[in-house]
Ligand binder design. Sequence first.
Ligand code: BGC
Length: 808
Amino acid sequence: MEVPDPGTVPSLFSASRQDTSGRPAYGSSSIVKVPRRFLSFLLLTCAVLPLVSSGARSPAVALQDPSPKIIRGSIADPSLDSKVETLLRKMTLDEKVGQLVQYSAGQPTGPGTGRTDYKDMIGKGQIGALFNITGAREVNAYQRIAVEQSRLHVPLLFGLDVIHGFRTEFPIPLGLASTWDPVLVEKAARVAAQEASASGVRWTFSPMVDIARDARWGRMAEGAGEDPFLGSAMAAAYVRGYQGSRLDALDSIAACAKHYVGYGAAEGGRDYNTTEISEPTLRQIYLPPFHSAVNAGSASIMSAFNSLNGIPATANPFTVKQILRKEWGFQGIVDSDWTSVAELIPHGIANDGATAARKAFLGGVDMDMVSSLYHDHLANLVQGGQVPEAAVDEAVRHVLRMKFALGLFEHPYTDETKEAAAMLHPEYLQLARDAAERSFVLLKNSAGPDGVPLLPLSGVRKVAVIGPLANDSANMLGSWAGLGRREDVTSLHTGLVSHLGKENVLHAKGTGISEGSDQEMADALVTAQKADLVILTLGENASEMTGEAASRSKLGLPGRQQELLEKIVATGKPVVLVLFSGRPLTVPWAFEHVPAVLAAWFPGVQAGPALVRTLFGESNPSGKLVVSWPRSVGQEPLYYNTLNTGRPANLPDSDPKFVSRYLDEPNSPQFPFGYGLSYTSFRYGPTEISGKQLKASTLNAGLQGGKEAALTVTASVTNTGQRSGEEIVQLYIRLRGTSVAQPVRALKGFERITLAPGETKNVSFTLAPDALAIWSDQNRVATEAAHVTIWVSPDSAQGSPAELEIVP
Ligand code: BGC
């Protein structure tokens, strides 16, 4: 298989430049404020005008310099080399192996914990890392054994799944991604790092950057959705936020991009299931977010549970050694997932523990999480000549590098006196509320009998808040909620009471999430009758139905919730439906019969205030979908960037029968990727491009490190409504005539802009050559002659096209 030289494989995530506010723009894009009368003139000349800030706001949490390649203070810092080599030379084989062994010592997050005699093992230098321990005191107690009792005093690494906050829980990652706001996500990750590090955690198993195209897969909740471009932006944002400007700052934690790779393509959406992914799809869809995380300096990568084209990802030299190490030059730790080394046996590529350890290790996995097989077999495998000691040295280098980079040798302990005061700062809570507000996606908001959309609510005196999630705290935290506590959460009910007064808020559960009684249902109907309006809260149980091991074969409302929905609507009261879920839910009845529907995901500790501000119009919804919303489960896997097939169903003159479609469901989603409404409305001008023809040869030269922008794409966006709003402007392309078929649309840029009523801005994207390149039939990145359609649009299904030719 031909592969490009390391360093010449461009990330499909185009390099971003900064606007004048210091914020990275994605695509890259710039915004120009346009007085109406100058619009047509500026459309022609906008490329030379000065840039202005998008006006995007998020509360004050200080960020570090977001330069994409951080060298000093990172795992790539060359000054680490000599420290690592000096220590490595002193180590016995057993001590080396010890650095590659990791166990869970607290609340388990998978089956079993490997062993329990950790204290003894740490003293003997047999453990390199522990995880799931929380609290500075406990962390310090284990660390003291490593530093004071082990022969070489090598500190332990302490890890935890800090996924969307540590104590201050932010929206689940799917919600955070729905903000399309990487600066905000970076700030949220920074807050998580500050709180986690105060508790002794210096390594998080995050970000989860798996592309998720199938809503049946519960882990969709943990990632940034279905798109590699947006996923790449989010991946880098998390890494920058966690790791700060220097890993050795005491409030920085090392990132771990996971699960490498293809885990989200689990067949049938069933967790841990097999994946089959062609190389072009792997290269263009599944790998880019990982590459982006690596470019942003991610100190570690976690190998996935799934088998990929028959080779488990935890023993896959092609993805780990060839792509990650050789092509991308990754120098950090490759950690296994929980017992994924031992799982090579049920996968069927090893019949005993020694073989599993050998295959994982030679496949490039440095550290064994929980399975204990490296501890049991690696030294013997070296002594028996089946694993070269040089390979062990190399793996140990990766671990020691990270420990030195984190400054653990200088500062192994955490200051226990500062831990409590580090949590839940007011500015963290404000950021959590802002993140929640921006994560909400307004799916429907139709006019009532008076011709006015139901939302935002005004003039409502008495509200009934009904449903299993109305006065809920625990579920608001989402899955993988770190150290989030339900008592830190403000529920929707509490938020409504503070806004409207106790006497104006009625409450009834109606049903539980999975089951409910006739009496509860009857009480809810009586309650609804007493109010002017019903806010109905329906959805999933966050910890049982979303996240790991939470695949669903049905995507509707669980239990009796559909029945409750229909009965409440039948009361004739106006209904606002708030959906809490870790995935899109197939509720077509609701979209037909309920006037206003808001997707709230699981919003975190500030759920209540954020929802109240949104429902009553203090905050204008601006989130957009990062996953295609299905009409029915039979459409899954469902994603916008699909290939066209030879018999697409949407051609005007296509045969009505012999086309790629379902007999009983449209192909289109309920709501497309990128979709989301606002309380105002936006009008898009035509898509304008800076040239009509480009040469493939010039673009290919640009791929070899050239910095020339290939093309500028511009469209005007006008706020045509009565109130200020934020809009996420998206840039898509389609290539036709290439050696490997390309998606019907692919996101290549986005920008969040703020527009006052009547205001117009020109949004201008600069496409780098790599945005037009593909993974070709020659197994390399190349730009080929093609016909290109380009849209600047509010979502993946709209926009006026501009046409470009790439000639040889
Ligand atoms: C999950 C990982 C997680 C690990 C440690 C595994 O079961 O797949 O995402 O980081 O457990 O908790």
